[in-house]
Design a binder for this molecule. Structure first.
Ligand code: ADP
Length: 403
């Protein structure tokens, strides 16, 4: 039995979970939001799976930085007897968004690893600094335990060069490590393994397309376990339409905004990271709100939904051509797992290719399941992702725990 604390540190948030990798259950959970603002919120929850009744502590207070936030989480966790020491936690796993050219596999964090992650901040200025802050704070406040960094880019390291190479001047690309890295790798890897299990087929014999559709969204094409392509690139901006990001667009648009329209690079970054996607197209903050507006016949929301579906179809079709044969198409993450209408609409043009959705299974089922008809040549699935469990298991593997 191995118990792992998994930490996902964002620029103004901290999410923690203690998981038992042997029985795949979550024992405790904590979330701090609005770190650095005058008033932030904090919740620590104990699951009844600890053997004690479920319980929760909340706090509304100013958390000036991640150190203050984690210190308060640990205090409340102690009150609930779910401090890592109380639950026999053996390792701490950290989500790190960008592994750059250096990190392909999860690694135990040392001072040298920290320094190498710091060097990647130029490639991922919106994500890695916050991830690294989480690692440093946790190592300071929980010094007796091994810490492991798990990279979102790792799984896509083995993509063929044809898929990860940008067609720009090769010297420039080499000098600055400009290539497509891919993100959400932990999720694509986890989900694609589950697909093989659900279908009862060997992982290395099936070709699959995985659609991770949450606030961030990405697609992957996986042939016999090897990633052949993915939709995110140097940064998580490329690819599908997302909550606040546009996905693919003409790079000429960026040059135009800066050179001809007087926008600063910072303004463009804000436009593309925060004011695009569903939010930019319709003003909806998330997919749930978008659907409500679509049902209210809001024109902007309807167009946003159509743009999302169109882009999905383009990626599915493109990946089909890359793979040659597709055995499974799988939907995961908040939107992929919950929005039956999107799954049906994205695939509605593909019945000629042997994709037949079972309406009842699509609309009424829950959890991990096949939603295609028995006659469908391609299996269509819904598989809930669990990035935290995947990170916890990676700690097991790296540290040789639980063996
Ligand atoms: P992330 O981890 O990238 O923040 P999630 O995977 O949690 O995102 O997905 C969040 C998205 O899923 C939001 O757009 C949210 O509205 C959408 N979502 C979650 N549950 C539902 C639901 N039941 N119906 C429609 N959309 C949902």
């Amino acid at each position: 039995m191995t118990r792992v604390l998994v930490i996902n540190s964002g620029s103004s948030s901290l999410k923690l979970q203690i998981l038992d990798t042997a029985v795949e259950v979550e024992l405790a959970w904590a979330l701090v939001e609005r770190i650095g603002e005058p008033v932030g919120s904090l919740t620590v929850r104990r699951s009844e799976l600890t053997g004690s009744p479920a319980a929760e502590r909340t706090a509304e207070a100013g958390f000036p930085d991640h150190t203050a936030a984690l210190a308060r989480v640990l205090e409340l966790a102690e009150e609930l007897r779910v401090h890592p020491a109380d639950l026999g936690v053996e390792a701490i796993g950290h989500r790190v968004v960008h592994g750059g050219p250096a990190f392909h596999e999860p690694v135990e964090v040392t001072a040298e690893v920290e320094a190498d992650i710091e060097k990647l901040e130029l490639l991922a200025p919106l994500h890695n600094p916050a991830n690294l802050r989480g690692i440093r704070v946790a190592r300071e406040l929980l010094p007796g335990l091994p810490h492991v960094a798990v990279f979102d880019t790792g799984f896509f390291h083995t993509m063929p060069a044809a898929a990860h190479t940008y067609a720009i001047d090769r010297e420039t690309a080499r000098e600055w490590d400009l290539r497509r890295y891919g993100f959400h790798g932990t999720s694509h890897e986890f989900v694609s393994h589950r697909v093989a299990d659900v279908l009862g087929r060997p992982y290395d014999e099936i070709n699959q397309i995985v659609l991770h559709l949450g606030n961030g969204a990405s697609a992957s094409a996986i042939a016999g376990g090897r990633p052949m392509d993915t939709s995110m690139g140097l940064t998580p901006l490329e690819g599908l339409v997302m909550g606040t990001r546009p996905g693919d667009l003409d790079p000429g648009l960026i040059i135009h905004l800066i050179r001809d329209r007087g926008m600063s690079p910072e303004d463009v970054s804000t436009l593309l990271n925060r004011r695009s996607g569903l939010e930019g197209l319709s003003g909806a903050r998330d997919f749930r709100e978008l659907l409500t507006r679509v049902d209210d016949n809001d024109e902007d929301a309807r167009l946003a939904y159509e743009v999302v579906i169109h882009r999905l179809r383009r990626y599915i079709g493109g990946y089909w051509a890359v793979l040659g044969r597709v055995d499974a198409i799988t939907f995961t993450a908040g939107v992929g797992e919950n929005v039956a209408r999107l799954r049906a609409d994205a695939l509605s043009t593909m019945s000629g290719w042997g994709v037949e959705i079972d309406r009842d299974a699509n609309e009424n089922g829950t959890g991990e399941r096949v939603i295609s008809t028995p006659d469908s040549r391609v299996a269509v699935l819904v598989v809930p992702t669990d990035e935290e469990l995947a990170i916890a298991r990676a700690c097991d593997t790296v540290l040789g725990l639980g063996t």
